[in-house]
Design a binder for this molecule. Structure first.
Ligand code: PHE
Length: 345
Protein backbone atom coordinates (compact mmCIF):
# COMPACT_ATOMS: atom_id res chain seq x y z
CA UNK A 1 0.00 0.00 0.00
CA UNK A 2 2.78 2.41 0.90
CA UNK A 3 4.55 1.65 -2.40
CA UNK A 4 1.35 2.32 -4.25
CA UNK A 5 0.96 5.68 -2.53
CA UNK A 6 4.52 6.66 -3.44
CA UNK A 7 3.96 5.53 -7.03
CA UNK A 8 0.78 7.55 -7.36
CA UNK A 9 2.48 10.61 -5.84
CA UNK A 10 5.32 10.39 -8.35
CA UNK A 11 3.06 10.01 -11.38
CA UNK A 12 0.60 12.68 -10.17
CA UNK A 13 3.38 15.27 -9.75
CA UNK A 14 4.84 14.28 -13.10
CA UNK A 15 1.58 14.40 -15.02
CA UNK A 16 0.59 17.74 -13.52
CA UNK A 17 4.01 19.13 -14.36
CA UNK A 18 3.75 17.89 -17.93
CA UNK A 19 0.27 19.31 -18.54
CA UNK A 20 0.81 21.77 -21.39
CA UNK A 21 -2.57 23.44 -21.20
CA UNK A 22 -5.68 23.79 -19.08
CA UNK A 23 -7.35 20.75 -20.68
CA UNK A 24 -4.49 18.40 -19.90
CA UNK A 25 -4.26 19.79 -16.37
CA UNK A 26 -7.97 19.25 -15.81
CA UNK A 27 -7.66 15.66 -16.97
CA UNK A 28 -4.82 15.09 -14.51
CA UNK A 29 -6.87 16.69 -11.72
CA UNK A 30 -9.84 14.39 -12.41
CA UNK A 31 -7.56 11.38 -12.62
CA UNK A 32 -5.93 11.98 -9.22
CA UNK A 33 -8.01 14.42 -7.21
CA UNK A 34 -11.47 13.84 -8.71
CA UNK A 35 -14.32 12.21 -6.79
CA UNK A 36 -13.53 8.91 -8.46
CA UNK A 37 -9.84 9.68 -8.75
CA UNK A 38 -6.90 7.58 -7.63
CA UNK A 39 -6.34 9.42 -4.36
CA UNK A 40 -9.99 9.12 -3.36
CA UNK A 41 -9.66 5.47 -4.27
CA UNK A 42 -6.77 5.10 -1.84
CA UNK A 43 -8.88 6.49 1.00
CA UNK A 44 -11.59 4.00 0.17
CA UNK A 45 -9.09 1.13 0.34
CA UNK A 46 -8.12 2.07 3.88
CA UNK A 47 -10.47 -0.65 5.06
CA UNK A 48 -7.99 -3.33 3.97
CA UNK A 49 -5.11 -1.80 5.91
CA UNK A 50 -4.11 -3.45 9.16
CA UNK A 51 -4.94 -1.41 12.22
CA UNK A 52 -1.25 -1.10 13.14
CA UNK A 53 -0.48 0.59 9.81
CA UNK A 54 -3.70 2.52 9.43
CA UNK A 55 -2.56 5.77 11.08
CA UNK A 56 0.63 5.98 9.06
CA UNK A 57 -1.04 5.07 5.77
CA UNK A 58 -3.72 7.68 6.46
CA UNK A 59 -1.03 10.31 7.01
CA UNK A 60 0.73 9.32 3.80
CA UNK A 61 -2.43 9.55 1.70
CA UNK A 62 -3.23 12.93 3.26
CA UNK A 63 0.21 14.24 2.50
CA UNK A 64 -0.12 12.91 -1.07
CA UNK A 65 -3.38 14.80 -1.43
CA UNK A 66 -1.78 18.01 -0.18
CA UNK A 67 1.21 17.61 -2.52
CA UNK A 68 -0.98 16.88 -5.55
CA UNK A 69 -3.34 19.77 -4.76
CA UNK A 70 -0.47 22.19 -4.43
CA UNK A 71 1.13 20.97 -7.66
CA UNK A 72 -2.23 21.42 -9.35
CA UNK A 73 -2.75 24.99 -8.01
CA UNK A 74 0.76 26.05 -8.98
CA UNK A 75 0.40 24.67 -12.44
CA UNK A 76 -3.07 26.23 -12.89
CA UNK A 77 -1.79 29.69 -12.06
CA UNK A 78 1.27 29.20 -14.27
CA UNK A 79 -0.99 28.29 -17.19
CA UNK A 80 -3.41 31.22 -16.72
CA UNK A 81 -0.47 33.58 -16.19
CA UNK A 82 0.95 32.29 -19.41
CA UNK A 83 -2.32 33.00 -21.14
CA UNK A 84 -2.21 36.65 -19.91
CA UNK A 85 1.27 36.99 -21.22
CA UNK A 86 0.17 35.72 -24.59
CA UNK A 87 -2.48 38.47 -24.78
CA UNK A 88 0.02 41.09 -23.83
CA UNK A 89 2.58 40.01 -26.32
CA UNK A 90 3.64 42.99 -28.41
CA UNK A 91 3.76 42.54 -32.12
CA UNK A 92 6.62 44.82 -32.99
CA UNK A 93 5.83 44.49 -36.70
CA UNK A 94 2.53 46.39 -36.30
CA UNK A 95 2.55 50.11 -37.15
CA UNK A 96 2.89 52.25 -34.01
CA UNK A 97 0.18 54.42 -32.48
CA UNK A 98 0.98 57.99 -33.41
CA UNK A 99 0.29 60.34 -30.52
CA UNK A 100 -0.90 63.68 -31.79
CA UNK A 101 0.84 66.59 -30.20
CA UNK A 102 -1.40 69.60 -29.70
CA UNK A 103 -0.48 73.17 -30.51
CA UNK A 104 -1.31 76.65 -29.35
CA UNK A 105 -4.80 78.03 -29.83
CA UNK A 106 -4.84 80.63 -32.64
CA UNK A 107 -5.54 83.35 -30.08
CA UNK A 108 -2.56 82.33 -27.92
CA UNK A 109 -0.48 82.18 -31.06
CA UNK A 110 -1.56 85.64 -32.17
CA UNK A 111 -0.84 87.04 -28.68
CA UNK A 112 2.65 85.53 -28.88
CA UNK A 113 3.17 86.98 -32.34
CA UNK A 114 2.02 90.47 -31.31
CA UNK A 115 4.09 90.46 -28.11
CA UNK A 116 7.03 89.00 -30.04
CA UNK A 117 7.23 92.05 -32.27
CA UNK A 118 7.31 94.36 -29.26
CA UNK A 119 9.70 92.13 -27.32
CA UNK A 120 12.12 92.50 -30.22
CA UNK A 121 11.86 96.27 -29.67
CA UNK A 122 12.80 95.86 -26.00
CA UNK A 123 9.32 95.72 -24.44
CA UNK A 124 8.63 93.53 -21.40
CA UNK A 125 5.45 91.49 -20.93
CA UNK A 126 3.30 92.35 -17.90
CA UNK A 127 -0.06 90.94 -16.77
CA UNK A 128 -2.83 92.09 -14.44
CA UNK A 129 -6.04 90.83 -12.84
CA UNK A 130 -9.23 90.15 -14.81
CA UNK A 131 -11.33 90.97 -11.75
CA UNK A 132 -10.78 94.68 -11.34
CA UNK A 133 -12.27 97.52 -9.36
CA UNK A 134 -13.77 100.79 -10.56
CA UNK A 135 -10.71 102.71 -9.51
CA UNK A 136 -8.27 101.01 -11.90
CA UNK A 137 -10.75 100.27 -14.70
CA UNK A 138 -12.05 103.86 -14.74
CA UNK A 139 -10.99 106.56 -12.27
CA UNK A 140 -7.21 106.09 -12.46
CA UNK A 141 -7.61 106.30 -16.24
CA UNK A 142 -9.47 109.61 -16.08
CA UNK A 143 -12.89 108.06 -16.71
CA UNK A 144 -15.03 109.59 -13.92
CA UNK A 145 -18.38 108.05 -12.90
CA UNK A 146 -20.61 110.37 -14.91
CA UNK A 147 -18.33 110.54 -17.92
CA UNK A 148 -20.25 109.54 -21.06
CA UNK A 149 -17.26 107.58 -22.29
CA UNK A 150 -17.96 105.12 -19.47
CA UNK A 151 -20.71 103.75 -21.74
CA UNK A 152 -18.09 102.88 -24.34
CA UNK A 153 -16.53 100.53 -21.82
CA UNK A 154 -19.78 98.82 -20.93
CA UNK A 155 -19.01 96.60 -18.01
CA UNK A 156 -19.97 93.40 -16.19
CA UNK A 157 -20.33 94.41 -12.55
CA UNK A 158 -19.67 92.06 -9.66
CA UNK A 159 -20.36 92.87 -6.00
CA UNK A 160 -19.42 96.28 -4.57
CA UNK A 161 -16.88 98.15 -6.67
CA UNK A 162 -15.65 95.00 -8.37
CA UNK A 163 -16.09 94.23 -12.04
CA UNK A 164 -14.67 92.20 -14.91
CA UNK A 165 -12.18 94.53 -16.57
CA UNK A 166 -13.51 95.96 -19.83
CA UNK A 167 -10.03 96.66 -21.20
CA UNK A 168 -6.39 95.96 -20.35
CA UNK A 169 -5.67 99.66 -19.67
CA UNK A 170 -6.14 99.32 -15.86
CA UNK A 171 -2.86 97.40 -15.84
CA UNK A 172 -1.18 100.62 -17.06
CA UNK A 173 -2.11 102.32 -13.78
CA UNK A 174 -1.26 99.27 -11.65
CA UNK A 175 2.17 99.00 -13.25
CA UNK A 176 3.00 102.71 -13.02
CA UNK A 177 2.11 102.81 -9.32
CA UNK A 178 4.75 100.17 -8.63
CA UNK A 179 7.47 101.04 -11.18
CA UNK A 180 9.39 104.07 -12.28
CA UNK A 181 10.15 105.16 -15.83
CA UNK A 182 11.77 104.56 -18.19
CA UNK A 183 10.00 101.37 -19.28
CA UNK A 184 8.26 99.80 -22.25
CA UNK A 185 5.66 97.11 -21.57
CA UNK A 186 3.01 95.08 -23.38
CA UNK A 187 0.02 93.71 -21.47
CA UNK A 188 -1.87 90.78 -23.01
CA UNK A 189 -5.06 89.42 -21.48
CA UNK A 190 -8.79 88.73 -21.46
CA UNK A 191 -11.35 91.53 -21.25
CA UNK A 192 -15.14 91.40 -20.84
CA UNK A 193 -18.02 93.49 -22.18
CA UNK A 194 -21.74 92.66 -22.06
CA UNK A 195 -22.17 92.64 -25.84
CA UNK A 196 -24.68 90.38 -27.57
CA UNK A 197 -22.70 87.67 -29.31
CA UNK A 198 -22.61 87.74 -33.10
CA UNK A 199 -20.05 87.21 -35.87
CA UNK A 200 -17.96 90.15 -34.72
CA UNK A 201 -18.83 90.46 -31.00
CA UNK A 202 -18.05 88.28 -28.02
CA UNK A 203 -18.64 89.06 -24.34
CA UNK A 204 -15.07 87.95 -23.72
CA UNK A 205 -12.16 88.76 -25.97
CA UNK A 206 -8.45 89.53 -25.73
CA UNK A 207 -6.43 92.70 -25.91
CA UNK A 208 -2.78 93.57 -26.04
CA UNK A 209 -2.04 96.90 -24.41
CA UNK A 210 1.21 98.80 -24.87
CA UNK A 211 2.74 101.48 -22.66
CA UNK A 212 6.03 103.34 -23.05
CA UNK A 213 7.06 106.02 -20.57
CA UNK A 214 10.29 107.96 -20.44
CA UNK A 215 11.43 111.57 -20.34
CA UNK A 216 11.11 112.38 -24.01
CA UNK A 217 8.60 110.11 -25.71
CA UNK A 218 6.92 111.76 -28.70
CA UNK A 219 4.02 111.00 -31.01
CA UNK A 220 6.57 110.07 -33.70
CA UNK A 221 7.79 107.25 -31.41
CA UNK A 222 4.23 105.93 -31.26
CA UNK A 223 3.90 106.14 -35.04
CA UNK A 224 7.25 104.44 -35.54
CA UNK A 225 6.54 101.56 -33.16
CA UNK A 226 3.04 100.90 -34.49
CA UNK A 227 4.13 101.13 -38.14
CA UNK A 228 6.88 98.62 -37.52
CA UNK A 229 4.38 96.37 -35.72
CA UNK A 230 1.83 96.52 -38.55
CA UNK A 231 4.44 95.77 -41.21
CA UNK A 232 5.76 92.76 -39.30
CA UNK A 233 2.23 91.49 -38.70
CA UNK A 234 0.63 92.17 -42.08
CA UNK A 235 3.52 92.60 -44.54
CA UNK A 236 6.09 95.22 -45.51
CA UNK A 237 3.81 97.04 -47.96
CA UNK A 238 1.16 97.77 -45.29
CA UNK A 239 0.26 101.47 -45.13
CA UNK A 240 -0.79 103.26 -41.93
CA UNK A 241 -3.41 105.89 -41.20
CA UNK A 242 -3.73 107.70 -37.87
CA UNK A 243 -7.20 109.26 -37.40
CA UNK A 244 -7.84 111.75 -34.60
CA UNK A 245 -10.00 110.15 -31.91
CA UNK A 246 -10.80 110.35 -28.21
CA UNK A 247 -9.86 108.29 -25.19
CA UNK A 248 -9.96 109.83 -21.68
CA UNK A 249 -6.56 108.32 -20.83
CA UNK A 250 -4.67 109.58 -23.90
CA UNK A 251 -4.29 113.07 -25.32
CA UNK A 252 -4.04 113.42 -28.23
CA UNK A 253 -5.68 110.13 -29.20
CA UNK A 254 -5.80 108.30 -32.49
CA UNK A 255 -7.52 105.41 -34.11
CA UNK A 256 -5.07 103.51 -36.25
CA UNK A 257 -5.95 101.92 -39.57
CA UNK A 258 -3.95 99.74 -41.92
CA UNK A 259 -4.43 99.58 -45.69
CA UNK A 260 -6.89 96.77 -46.47
CA UNK A 261 -4.96 93.51 -46.57
CA UNK A 262 -7.46 92.03 -49.04
CA UNK A 263 -7.83 94.77 -51.69
CA UNK A 264 -5.00 97.15 -50.66
CA UNK A 265 -7.52 99.94 -51.21
CA UNK A 266 -8.04 98.92 -54.87
CA UNK A 267 -11.80 98.50 -54.59
CA UNK A 268 -12.24 102.03 -53.27
CA UNK A 269 -13.07 103.39 -56.71
CA UNK A 270 -15.45 100.55 -57.59
CA UNK A 271 -18.88 102.10 -58.02
CA UNK A 272 -21.02 99.00 -57.75
CA UNK A 273 -21.73 97.37 -54.37
CA UNK A 274 -20.99 93.85 -55.56
CA UNK A 275 -17.48 94.86 -56.53
CA UNK A 276 -16.71 96.40 -53.15
CA UNK A 277 -14.14 94.61 -51.06
CA UNK A 278 -15.77 92.20 -48.59
CA UNK A 279 -13.27 93.09 -45.89
CA UNK A 280 -13.06 96.90 -45.93
CA UNK A 281 -16.38 97.50 -47.68
CA UNK A 282 -14.60 99.61 -50.26
CA UNK A 283 -13.13 102.01 -47.70
CA UNK A 284 -9.60 100.76 -48.34
CA UNK A 285 -8.70 100.97 -44.64
CA UNK A 286 -9.23 98.69 -41.66
CA UNK A 287 -9.13 99.87 -38.06
CA UNK A 288 -6.77 97.79 -35.91
CA UNK A 289 -6.22 99.69 -32.67
CA UNK A 290 -6.61 102.75 -30.46
CA UNK A 291 -3.64 104.75 -29.24
CA UNK A 292 -2.37 108.10 -28.04
CA UNK A 293 -0.01 110.02 -25.79
CA UNK A 294 -0.60 109.24 -22.12
CA UNK A 295 -2.86 111.90 -20.61
CA UNK A 296 -0.95 113.97 -17.97
CA UNK A 297 -3.94 113.38 -15.64
CA UNK A 298 -3.19 109.65 -15.69
CA UNK A 299 0.45 110.34 -14.77
CA UNK A 300 -0.77 112.48 -11.87
CA UNK A 301 -3.17 109.75 -10.72
CA UNK A 302 -0.31 107.25 -10.40
CA UNK A 303 2.07 109.68 -8.74
CA UNK A 304 4.27 110.64 -11.70
CA UNK A 305 5.24 114.25 -12.42
CA UNK A 306 3.61 115.07 -15.81
CA UNK A 307 6.18 117.83 -16.29
CA UNK A 308 8.99 115.28 -16.22
CA UNK A 309 7.65 112.24 -18.13
CA UNK A 310 5.85 111.59 -21.38
CA UNK A 311 4.62 108.37 -22.87
CA UNK A 312 2.45 106.65 -25.42
CA UNK A 313 -0.11 103.90 -25.04
CA UNK A 314 -2.04 101.68 -27.40
CA UNK A 315 -4.59 98.89 -27.17
CA UNK A 316 -5.62 96.36 -29.78
CA UNK A 317 -8.12 93.53 -30.00
CA UNK A 318 -6.35 90.20 -30.51
CA UNK A 319 -9.33 88.48 -32.16
CA UNK A 320 -9.55 91.32 -34.66
CA UNK A 321 -5.87 90.98 -35.55
CA UNK A 322 -6.24 87.18 -35.90
CA UNK A 323 -9.41 87.54 -37.99
CA UNK A 324 -7.61 89.87 -40.38
CA UNK A 325 -4.40 87.86 -40.49
CA UNK A 326 -6.02 84.47 -41.06
CA UNK A 327 -9.13 85.52 -43.00
CA UNK A 328 -11.59 84.25 -40.39
CA UNK A 329 -15.21 85.25 -40.87
CA UNK A 330 -16.72 84.70 -37.42
CA UNK A 331 -15.25 85.51 -33.98
CA UNK A 332 -17.30 82.67 -32.42
CA UNK A 333 -15.07 80.12 -34.17
CA UNK A 334 -12.29 80.96 -31.70
CA UNK A 335 -14.38 79.87 -28.74
CA UNK A 336 -16.40 76.94 -30.08
CA UNK A 337 -13.22 74.85 -30.10
CA UNK A 338 -14.26 72.79 -33.11
CA UNK A 339 -11.20 70.66 -33.76
CA UNK A 340 -11.64 71.07 -37.54
CA UNK A 341 -11.16 74.82 -37.12
CA UNK A 342 -8.32 74.63 -34.62
CA UNK A 343 -6.38 72.06 -36.66
CA UNK A 344 -5.86 74.60 -39.42
CA UNK A 345 -3.43 76.64 -37.35
N1 PHE B 1 -8.46 100.76 -23.80
C1 PHE B 1 -8.90 101.16 -25.10
C2 PHE B 1 -10.07 100.25 -25.52
O1 PHE B 1 -10.25 99.22 -24.93
C3 PHE B 1 -7.80 101.07 -26.11
C4 PHE B 1 -6.69 102.03 -25.87
C5 PHE B 1 -5.60 101.67 -25.08
C6 PHE B 1 -6.70 103.29 -26.42
C7 PHE B 1 -4.57 102.55 -24.86
C8 PHE B 1 -5.69 104.18 -26.22
C9 PHE B 1 -4.61 103.80 -25.42
O2 PHE B 1 -10.77 100.55 -26.46
Amino acid sequence: MKDKIREIEKSAVEEIALAADADMLEKARVKYLGRKGLITELFKNMGGVSSSERAEVGRLINSLKVTASKAFDDKASAISGGRDLKCQKVDITLPGIAREIGHLHPISRTIEEICGVFISLGFKVVEGPEIENEHYNFEALNIPLEHPSRDAFDTFYLADKWLLRSHTSPVQARFMEKNNPPFAIVIPGKVYRPDATDASHSFMFHQVEGLVVSDNIRFSDLKGALTLFARQMFGETTKMRFRPSFFPFTEPSAEVDISCILCSGESRSAGHDSRRCSLCGGKGWIEILGAGMVNPKVFKNVGYDPEKVTGFAFGMGVERIAILKYGITDIRMFFENDIRFLRQF
